[in-house]
Design a protein around this ligand. Structure first.
Ligand SMILES: [Ca+2]
Length: 272
């Protein structure tokens, strides 16, 4: 899932400022790579206190400052488009056409997800198509390096720190390794979960005993689970102004993205 324009999270507390006895000062953010090594050393202590184990801490130690991630973060354009332009640029008509084919080819799979989580096929398929072209391109940035770089970077450190902790815990669990690739903001797999959300909402749907965001069944079930946990009401509408649009808003904070998903989903669910 993408993370653009997410609401800022207030991180002001005596604990964070290191003003309470016995607490360490938070690792200092930076605006270029020069302070990353020092930040990693300080952040390792925060991570350990948050419950990250040896494998996660080793992945943190090996993380590299992700210049491409920062370049991408400083240059986000597409959400400034109008809805029509956004849908055109993102290939909405192609996603709808391919999405209808995917739904028709595998109805039992999507029916099972709707029965379990209440989220209709069109919504999951629209998200899948929008995020990665149905798994066609899931990114080539190292997830741990990308997400720790964003946690270090001053611009949105408070937002990304929990996701960095989440990524390190995913390493501990064996869900990812320090070498796992994702999108430039550390998003994972078919539907681009940020690591903290992956940790919290991940589901093993194919029954192999592990959550794998690079497996379509696991990724789409996790996406449905996320929407359900964010208040999706089975059988209710999901267009703007209807009850389930709120859950789509939780998935991505950009208004044009939310509207595009709702429109494409309805077209997919209406069939061809
Ligand atoms: Ca699995």
């Amino acid at each position: 899932m993408m993370s653009r324009w997410s609401r800022p999270i207030a991180a002001f507390s005596l604990f964070a400022l290191g003003l309470l006895p016995g607490t360490a000062t938070a690792a200092p953010c930076g605006n270029n790579g020069s302070g990353f090594a020092a930040w990693k050393a300080a952040f390792a202590q925060e991570a350990a206190r948050a419950g990250v184990g040896n494998r996660g801490l080793q992945a943190l130690a090996n993380a590299q400052y992700a210049s491409r991630t920062i370049a991408a973060d400083r240059n986000q354009k597409s959400f400034k488009y109008s809805l029509d332009k956004f849908m055109q640029v993102r290939g909405a008509s192609t996603i709808v056409a391919q999405g209808r084919t995917r739904k028709a080819r595998n109805p039992q799979f999507y029916n099972a997800l709707e029965q379990r989580y209440g989220v209709p096929a069109g919504v999951l398929i629209a998200i899948h198509g929008m995020e990665t072209g149905f798994g066609g391109f899931m990114g080539d940035s190292r997830v741990v390096s990308a997400i720790t770089t964003l946690a270090y970077d001053c611009r949105r450190s408070a937002f990304f720190v929990p996701h960095a902790i989440g990524a390190l815990k995913l390493v501990d669990q064996g869900t990812i390794t320090g070498d796992t690739r994702g999108a430039k903001h550390g998003e994972l797999g078919h539907t681009q979960f940020l690591p903290g959300n992956a940790l919290k909402y991940g589901v093993d749907a194919n029954g192999d005993g592990r959550v794998d965001f690079y497996d379509q069944a696991d990724a789409l079930a996790s996406t449905a689970n996320y929407l359900r946990q964010k208040g999706w009401q089975p059988g209710q509408g999901y267009q703007e102004g209807q009850p389930n649009f709120r859950a789509i808003r939780e998935w991505n904070a950009a208004g044009v993205y939310q509207k595009a998903i709702a429109i494409m989903a309805a077209e997919i669910d209406a069939g061809g």
